[in-house]
Design a protein around this ligand. Sequence first.
Ligand code: DER
Length: 258
Amino acid sequence: DKIEAAKRKAAYRAVEDHFRSDMQFVGIGSGSTIVYGVEAIKAHLKAHPPPERHMNWFVPTGWASRKVIEQAGLTPIAFDSVPSDAMLEVAFDGADEVDEELNCIKGGGACLFQEKLVACRSKKFVCIADYRKNQKRLLTNWPSIPIEVAPIAHASVLRELKMLGSPDPKLREHSLAKTGPIQTDQSFYIIDAPFKTLLSSLDVKNGADGSGKDGVWDVETLAKRIKEINGVLEVGLFYGLNGKEAQAVGLQGGQKPV
Ligand code: DER
């Protein structure tokens, strides 16, 4: 259908523009869009075989991501098995929402901790997102910020988030498959915290105040404040820039998250 076609087109374009067969370490994100990204990488390797004896290693961002790599017949390598002095040439991943500066909300799939770990260890982070994700500001369409927290701290993190202006932060429960909260690949919990639409750094440059007055924040300030809360492992806000490129088939481009 239209959305799947858009995801596939964005994925093939992202791989065409940013993947080369001679790359050694490539990060693979989580979610449904990245499946098309892996399919495109597989096709690329078939059409452009790597040099003799060259090894392409793919770094997953969680259990599901590893399965996608294996099912495509590609070779996974655990993040902590990559030589410590090596950077990944590129990481491909999806997002739940992307703003005009390519800041992202991530964590819809509860994999944000390893996704940010892999993205930040890559020379380039390529976000593959179809037109639905593309908004002027974050929290326009996607309702809340996913946050990974230590189970023992979840109640105190909820309280702190309310003090930062989140009207109704919630532990992510699995309505169908499991009673009680979902657990991540780190056996942590996810809190989804709604906030007012997040200002971009462009808004701030134009004089808007994102310091949290009346619950209005800019992406970077809020991400840092949430990350500082005791018990928070990671926040599903990817921000920072190093060049960007918006494609007709959907947003994808180089972005260095902080
Ligand atoms: O959790 C994430 O950040 C994922 O990238 C995910 O939310 C994107 O999922 P989708 O590609 O299925 O929309």
